[in-house]
Design a protein around this ligand. Structure first.
Ligand SMILES: NC(=O)CC[C@H](N)C(=O)O
Length: 364
């Protein structure tokens, strides 16, 4: 069955339908990773977006129970050049078509994904809709232009209730803005006793849990649409060690008075080079973000830029010089992608350790 992608600039891509029959609108973004489609489509940071994968064959090693980054994937659509019908891998349990049908997510295959990607690179991200062939294109374009992007994705994907993922090591409160499971896994691998809390948990509620450190997760949408978290962080800064990833990084910067802006087409892929300024060392990193911390907006001299993107020079990491707090725009938990930056979790462990030692000394 044919299906079309209609973009707000009037461009139409006609291809073949797979997955759910549902018609869905969303911001169309592209990811350049060559593998890791299961982790990408289940990363909650893509909530309500239509994701195009630039690698031409998707689904060839199938879908398995273990590689999901969230239980309930929240993308609004998936666009690929070719969706493999006969996946082959010892871990394979179902095809990408079966998965998208079960999740009620529409898919589109057989379009020129290179052309679509170039268009997004030139024009910037575009709203689009996956539709059947019998809709009126002009009407859909009008609908797309008249419909603003939704802004409450974090509340859609954050946990509603707090829960514990036990360990016998450091006590970490992990604020879930639409967390990838990989972050929790990295903390549990280091024996942390983790309490995962909803995005709107207050500073007081967090401190009552008596944590050794706070982890701020990734998450979807515009960071300024989570003002409650920015307020919470303003209060929390300096009281406990903080480590932020992606949306968590942007929220930490906002709490320190910096600003965020939207990138033209974002960084989404598994091979983004990032430079650590102090050593000159380059890490190849996994990324998925549409917003960035604006360098010129960092006015507080206690906030220092630690990492930048080698591709476009944007801010990729910050550190507070007075308080134990640091964050990165990329994904040290990988899933999917390279694990070059995994040692940042060690840095967080050391920060918690030092903070405990300092307190013990202060107590005499
Ligand atoms: N992966 C993330 O946490 C993304 C952060 C934010 N939603 C952005 O697009 O920039």
């Amino acid at each position: 069955m044919k299906r079309q992608l209609i973009l707000e600039n009037g461009t139409v891509f006609v291809g073949k339908a797979f997955g759910s029959e549902r018609e869905q609108m969303g911001e169309v973004v592209f990811n350049t990773g060559m593998t890791g489609y299961q982790e990408i489509l289940s990363d909650p940071s893509y909530c309500s977006q239509i994701v195009t994968l630039t690698y031409p064959l998707i689904g060839n090693y199938g879908i398995n129970r273990d590689d999901f980054e969230s239980i309930k994937p929240s993308i609004n659509g998936l666009i690929v050049k070719e969706a493999a019908k006969y996946p082959s891998n010892w871990r394979n349990e179902e095809s990408i078509d079966e998965l998208l049908k079960a999740l009620d997510i529409p898919g589109l295959e057989g379009i020129d994904t290179r052309k679509l990607t170039r268009m997004i690179r030139e024009h910037g991200v575009l709203k689009g809709k996956l539709c059947s062939m019998d809709v009126n294109v002009d009407e859909v374009v009008r609908e797309l232009k008249g419909t603003p992007l939704i802004e409450n994705q974090v509340s859609m994907v954050s946990t509603k209730e707090s829960y514990n993922s036990p360990g016998r090591g450091f006590r970490v409160v992990l604020v879930d803005f639409g967390m990838k499971k990989g972050i929790l896994r990295e903390l549990n691998n280091r024996n942390c006793d983790v309490v995962v809390v909803p995005y709107n948990t207050t500073c007081e509620e967090i401190l009552r849990l008596n944590p050794d450190g706070i982890m701020l997760s990734n998450g979807p949408g515009d960071p300024v649409s989570v003002p409650e978290a920015i307020e919470m962080l303003k209060e929390l800064l300096g009281k406990k060690p903080i480590f932020g990833i992606c949306l968590g990084h942007q929220l930490l910067a906002l709490a320190c008075g910096a600003k965020t802006t939207k990138l033209k087409f974002g960084h989404r892929g598994s091979n983004h080079p990032v430079k650590e300024l102090i050593t000159g060392k380059i890490d190849i990193t996994a990324q998925n973000h549409g917003y960035t911390v604006e360098e010129s907006s960092i006015k507080d001299t206690r906030l220092t830029i630690t990492h930048i993107s080698v591709n476009d020079g944007t801010v990729e990491g910050i550190e507070h010089l007075d308080y134990p707090a640091f964050s990165v725009q990329y994904h040290p938990e990988a899933s999917p992608g390279p694990e070059d930056a995994n040692d940042l979790f060690e840095r967080f462990m050391n920060l918690m350790e030092k903070n405990i030692e300092a307190k013990t000394l202060a107590r005499g």
